[in-house]
Design a protein around this ligand. Structure first.
Ligand SMILES: Nc1nc2c(c(=O)[nH]1)N[C@H]1C(S)=C(S)[C@@H](COP(=O)(O)OP(=O)(O)OC[C@H]3O[C@@H](n4cnc5c(=O)[nH]c(N)nc54)[C@H](O)[C@@H]3O)O[C@H]1N2
Ligand SMILES: Nc1nc2c(c(=O)[nH]1)N[C@H]1C(S)=C(S)[C@@H](COP(=O)(O)OP(=O)(O)OC[C@H]3O[C@@H](n4cnc5c(=O)[nH]c(N)nc54)[C@H](O)[C@@H]3O)O[C@H]1N2
Ligand SMILES: [Mo]
Length: 768
């Protein structure tokens, strides 16, 4: 509860999708984008009606069965009503349960990975808060490594090129592209909906204009991917709709053409890379008898051989840049397109040149292609985790279903810990994980599931204990990202909804009950923490001899602008100039076209050089369609799915699936129909939009519609709302990275002949 009345007038604020100001009238929030943002995100529109929406969690809630029968495995989660005891009672019970689990099983029985994007403020950052709390109160927790975003690339790229930071934060910028790039080959595109978002905030959306200006100067954009609008109209892109999951064949054929036509940069390969000879043997088919030439690739990816050879020649003819969307590697064997595209760029020999070479995930978020800040931003210290066990983040259901089982990860033989308690704050596993019906089974195994969120997500509905957190607009914070110069005073614009409390206050309350309050708060309240965290940035500005406003000045002004590092190509440029003096962080210090380390792991699903490994799941007679389940245009993941802008993209409250007119006609499906999308793992409903922006045979259902199972006791309830994760495969990319494979799967679609059931996803559960 704020102790002072909220200030009148618009308040500066920030979200992962942009800086803005907000004015609350008690019912609605008026949102005005930051005046310096040339292309504000329409996702800001999700704030207007969400603060007091019925989907908000207004008071703590406990699942009736947990309250009456105590902790323990049960398949009643998500199927039972709640009771709403007072805060003190809920915190007492939760503190006692945390203490019990720690005493009986140790902190290695607590999963605190709590993956998720949470919100933009750096102090009320739920991930930092929960990890700090667990370190202080329990001595640690089982953590997760890597992300759903870049699960495969975070593991393969360090073997191949070293730090990921050098590749997508300190390399090619949009400014360089506007000036220098002749051709950009974009695998998976660079959809403007995606670069609207940057974790921590993005004050200037510069991609729409940068693409327009580059094109006006003559940059050619080539899109390889199943969806034409993955590049905006101003790119005037050439579209190569290669079959989903066949990019590696295409990349290999481009490499093959370069090699046989002598267009590869043998000098660069000799001085800056290792392992080319091993790779070339594979490329030429010296061991397996199959040259990876354009004719071979054409038969797999459907792009004519002459187009492939022609493209290879165009790439070699001018300043060329290869980009690869995260989406490609969120698939079985997702390491391969990342490695193969890096090798293609290495053969072209332009890595480290302005606007040339390789920029992994450029355009996938508003972090990339920008200059990084020259001073550190405020961040909340998390303390030290005393538990060694971890999982690659997307192995959550595997871990819960297979305690004690061995698994492989990046050359290590590991064992799944036995988890009794799971605590989530700032993430939504029933949004982000695959095969949600399996996830449901997995969460049935634990003793206690705690979810702390500001809305009744499917994860909250499956919890035993639900704690209402404030939204950012209901508290003061500092908005900042290392890739954005604007540090924003995120001033509270509205009082908390119902009895919602800040994450910090909730954890402080639990810490007090567990006897570690001071260790958690260090004696500071939220306002004092903001001053304390700001100090680091202020000191760094002062150390550079720059204007370093004190906190009060920053707060009153509402923002400050931080200095940026020069746009000098960063470590990759230095490496290009002098590889011996500025080696990459790989075993050889060079780009590893073949890797002895990876080969040494002996993984058939990720061999020692990039290779064509077709997915084990292919369309068949029962599931002839390829589903693309990508990032939604109208929201960030599942956040504020109940908000006005997200709702405006739905039909009768249901998520929209895009079908190619030919695929629809074959099934007697018309525009606006409700269809059932199904495969062996599950089924969901969605409303049809006909579109030729996808290749025939490809259907497009973005993520983020909240999982809304019909109330039936079966293992595969129909999701009424349109969440594609009831269909996707819960499988690691390979034994190397064990990343998520959520981007694509196979499915069938049929008209839904009965009256479609209403969507219930945004209604609070009974008893709450
Ligand atoms: N099929 C498929 N699945 C995917 C993907 C895909 O391409 N296809 N993409 C994946 C990717 S890249 C990602 S990053 C993940 C994203 O997965 P998540 O990051 O888990 O998704 P979000 O919806 O952002 O979840 C954030 C949650 O935090 C809550 N929250 C916001 N602010 C606060 C706060 O201050 N306190 C607390 N306690 N909670 C707060 C929000 O209400 C929301 O429920 O999804 C992945 N899932
Ligand atoms: N509006 C909005 N923006 C977001 C997010 C959001 O939720 N909403 N999430 C943010 C996050 S956390 C992340 S990680 C990034 C995600 O960035 P990405 O993962 O790159 O984004 P996606 O939209 O999931 O996928 C990009 C495209 O890859 C293409 N694709 C899929 N499979 C293949 C394939 O086999 N070959 C080729 N060539 N293309 C393929 C699809 O057409 C898809 O549209 O987006 C960020 N931006
Ligand atoms: Mo992500």
């Amino acid at each position: 509860m704020p102790d002072q009345p909220l200030p009148a007038g618009p308040q500066p604020h920030s979200a992962h999708w942009g800086a803005f100001s907000a004015q609350w009238d008690g019912k609605q929030l008026a949102v005005t984008p930051h005046p310096a943002d040339p292309a504000p995100s329409p996702i800001l529109g999700n704030f207007t009606d969400t603060l007091r929406h019925k989907a908000r969690i207004l008071r703590p809630a406990v699942r009736r069965g947990w309250l009456e029968r105590g902790p323990g495995p049960t398949n009643r989660r998500g199927r039972e009503d709640f009771v709403a005891p007072p805060w003190d009672e809920v915190l007492d019970r939760l503190a006692a349960e945390l203490t019990r689990v720690k005493a009986q099983h140790g902190p290695q029985a607590v999963y605190g990975g709590s993956y998720g994007w949470s919100s933009a403020g750096r102090f009320h950052h739920a991930q930092s808060q929960i990890h700090r709390f667990m370190n202080v109160a329990l001595g640690g927790y089982v953590r997760s490594v890597n992300s759903y975003s870049a699960g495969a690339s975070q593991v393969i790229l360090p073997h191949v090129m070293g730090s990921l930071e050098t590749l997508f934060r300190r390399n090619v910028t949009w400014a360089q592209i506007e000036q220098h790039t002749d051709i950009i080959l974009c695998f998976g595109g660079m959809a403007l909906k995606n670069s609207m978002i940057a974790s921590g905030g993005v004050s200037r959306h510069l991609e729409p204009d940068a693409i327009r200006r580059a094109r006006a100067r003559g940059t050619q954009f080539v899109l390889v991917g199943p969806i034409r609008d993955d590049l905006p109209p101003q790119a005037e892109a050439e579209w190569l709709p290669a079959a989903v999951g066949t990019d590696v064949a295409l990349m290999l054929a481009l490499c093959h053409t370069l090699a046989v036509e002598g267009l590869h940069d043998t000098g660069f390969l000799a001085t800056h890379t290792t392992g080319y000879a091993v790779f070339e043997r594979y490329l030429m088919g010296q061991d397996d008898g199959q040259a990876k030439d354009a004719a071979w690739a054409a038969s797999l990816c459907g792009i004519p051989a002459e187009t492939i050879t022609g493209l290879a020649r165009r790439l070699a003819a001018g300043r060329s840049l290869i980009t690869v969307a995260h989406g490609l590697q969120r698939a079985e064997f997702g390491e391969q397109p990342i490695w193969a595209s890096a090798v293609l760029a290495a053969m072209l020999g332009q890595i480290g040149l302005p606007g040339g070479g390789y920029s992994y995930a450029l355009g996938a978020m508003g972090h990339y292609g920008r200059q990084v800040n020259a001073v550190p931003i405020p961040t909340m210290p998390q303390g030290t985790n005393g538990v060694r066990d971890f999982i690659p983040v997307a192995r959550i259901a595997d871990m819960l279903l297979n305690p004690g089982a061995p698994f492989e990860y990046n050359g290590q033989h590991l064992t799944y810990p036995e988890i009794k308690l799971v605590y989530w704050a700032g993430g939504n596993p029933f949004h982000h994980h695959q095969d949600l019906n399996r996830l449901r089974e997995a969460f049935a195994r634990v003793d206690t599931l705690v979810v702390q969120d500001n809305a009744w997500t499917a994860s909250a509905r499956h919890a035993d204990i639900v704690l209402p957190a404030t939204m950012t607009l209901e508290r003061d914070d500092i908005g900042a990202a290392a890739t954005d110069p604007l540090l924003v005073a995120m001033r509270a614009a509205a009082p908390p909804a119902g009895e919602a409390r800040d994450d910090f206050a909730i954890f402080a309350g639990l810490a007090a009950r567990m006897g570690v309050e001071h260790a958690f708060t260090e004696g500071r309240d939220a306002a004092q923490w903001l001053r304390h965290l700001y100090r680091r940035t202020q000191d760094a500005l002062a150390a550079r001899g720059l204007e370093a406003p004190d906190f009060a000045t920053f707060w009153a002004h509402g923002e400050i602008t931080l200095p940026s590092e020069p746009d000098d190509g960063g470590p990759l440029r230095a490496f290009r100039t002098d590889p011996a003096a500025h080696p990459l962080q790989t075993p050889s210090g060079r780009i590893e076209i073949a890797s002895e380390a990876v080969a040494g792991f002996g993984y058939a699903d990720c061999p020692g050089h990039p290779a064509w490994l077709p997915s084990t799941e292919q369309p068949d007679a029962r599931h002839p369609l390829r589903l693309i389940a990508n990032q939604p245009a109208t929201r960030l993941h599942s956040q504020l799915d109940f908000g006005a802008y997200s709702q405006s993209g739905k039909r009768a409250g249901r998520e929209v699936v895009r079908l190619h007119p030919e695929d629809a006609a074959q099934r007697g499906i018309a525009e606006g129909d409700v269809v059932r999308i199904f495969n062996d793992r599950g089924a969901c409903l969605a409303a049809v939009c006909l579109s030729d922006a996808m290749a025939p045979g490809v259907i497009h259902l973005p993520t983020g519609a909240w999982y809304d199972p019909e109330p039936d006791p079966g293992a595969q309830p129909l999701c009424r709302h349109g969440n594609p994760n009831v269909l996707t495969r819960d499988l690691g990319t390979s034994r190397l990275a064990q990343g998520s494979c959520g981007q694509t799967t196979v499915a069938q679609v049929a008209r839904y002949e009965s009256t479609p059931p209403p969507v219930g996803a945004h209604m609070p559960p009974a008893g709450a």
